[in-house]
Design a protein around this ligand. Structure first.
Ligand code: GRF
Length: 210
């Protein structure tokens, strides 16, 4: 059984997609063992509580400096003894100590088709604002493994979403969530739980058949 820890910051719709996929059997052989939020007001924590999953808050505001926060985050993640850490709308730069401790075991959902519209400043609604400002006709979402560089690790899954005439950033964000994010993240966890994902020496992922 794959032990999964999910890191969140906000509404938790991606967390909810994972919870629902486990409950419906779309994700087999995995269980969410802990939800960790940097934001005590994140509705994602309420979603975890309603699903009977332990939710905790590790807020930078509760520590005298960033290093102390980083170490506390690492400690709370280690305590859960996860096989996989999922960043689901997590708005905190993952500290190097966490990446070192869980190298190759952290995935993130990015609301664009990496390498487009990613990196510093590309998060949440800002991503969709820039997609619209550029006049892109297709966007989407990406699940990738996390390394020291922002939105840079091996790409695992991607799904394209049409940009429509008259889209606002909010409308486009919702479509990307519904048509891509909420599908890709559960699928990625399921593939990893089935042992079907391999990363080669060039940092390219390969998904084996069932
Ligand atoms: C979404 O835009 C998602 O793409 C990004 O974080 C935002 C909030 O996600 N990763 P959630 O509703 O908290 O899962």
């Amino acid at each position: 059984m794959l032990r999964v820890a999910v890191c969140v910051s906000g509404g938790g719709t991606n967390l909810q997609a994972i919870i629902d996929a486990v409950a419906s059997g779309k994700i087999v052989n995995a269980q969410i063992v802990r939800v960790v939020s940097n934001n005590r007001n994140a509705y994602a924590l309420t979603r975890a509580e309603k699903a009977g999953i332990e939710g905790i808050c590790v807020s930078p505001k509760d520590f005298k400096n960033r290093e102390q926060f980083n170490l506390a985050l690492l400690e709370k993640l280690k305590e859960a003894d996860p096989d996989l850490i999922v960043l689901a709308g997590f708005m905190v730069a993952v500290p190097a100590c966490v990446i070192d401790a869980f190298r190759g075991k952290i995935i993130n959902i990015h609301p664009a088709l990496i390498p487009s519209f990613c990196g510093k400043g590309y998060y949440g609604l800002h991503v969709h604002e820039k997609v619209l400002a550029r006049g892109a006709k297709v966007t989407g979402a990406t699940v990738h493994f996390v390394d020291e560089d922002l939105d840079h690790g091996p790409i695992l899954l991607q799904k394209a979403v049409e940009v429509k005439e008259g889209d606002t950033p909010e409308v486009l964000q919702r479509r990307v969530m519904e048509e891509a994010e909420w599908i890709l993240l559960p699928e990625a966890i399921s593939l990893i739980a089935q042992g079907r994902v391999r990363i080669d020496e060039n940092g390219i992922t390969h998904i084996s058949d069932k």
